[in-house]
Design a protein around this ligand. Sequence first.
Ligand SMILES: [Fe+2]
Ligand SMILES: [Fe+2]
Length: 281
Amino acid sequence: MRLLAISDLHLANPTNRDALAALPQASDDWLILGGDIAERLDHLEDLFALVAARFAKVLWVPGNHELWTVRHDIEPGDGAGELRGEAKYLRLVELARRHGVLTPEDPYPLWDGPGGPCVVAPLFLLYDYSFRPDHVAFHEVVDWAREESAVCADELLLSPAPHDSREAWCARRCDEAEARLAALDPGLPTVLVNHYPLRHDLVRIPRVPRFSPWCGTKRTEDWHRRFNARVVVYGHLHVRRTDWRDGTRFEEVSLGYPRQWDQEKGLLPYLREILPGPGAA
Ligand SMILES: [Fe+2]
Ligand SMILES: [Fe+2]
């Protein structure tokens, strides 16, 4: 019985969809899906149905790609238009729940398998551009990133509606998550799961360094200490790695686009063991 994690499956790519065939038929493991699974609701729903049948429990947090407004998500029949912003997020939550998949809106489950007990907290915190260099003013971020073609497509596709801005939505999400985490038993360790890294010093993306403003918020810099995190799980960067800060393990668990992973190996080596984890007996 293991707690496993993977993110950034990007199922718009047929190569990545085909790779899902390698998943086990049945398992008592839990699976964390760390966001950027798919832009299209039908791709996401297919995956939820598949993994819900094959793992004992599945947890999901949204990535920016799930939150994009794309034409496939036009509301049928009622003329309500395209799903955007929080409405799209809530539709995704509904979809997950239909398959028994836990979301950031659900009670945090307790992992009492090997490496536990731990509260596993799926979080949806977004970003607020505070991961920009100190010399770049907030209102200059997009122009600064554009100089090196690093502007995130979210600027066009990720609506913050009904919030005034993505940073306002982020602040709201952080307020809510912070209150829930603060109410947990401080004696119980946690596994924090978020699409974005919780710390600026974990953002190392040499191929697009100016992408950092779209990668998280400095508000969460010390959450691993404040909320007794044994492990923090994230993706988004497409740079798989393991880091340690203050005794907490940080796991970037992206699969990524087909050029970013080895199809010869298949999907299974990319399922990262979160608990019991490396070195466990
Ligand atoms: Fe991604
Ligand atoms: Fe992402």
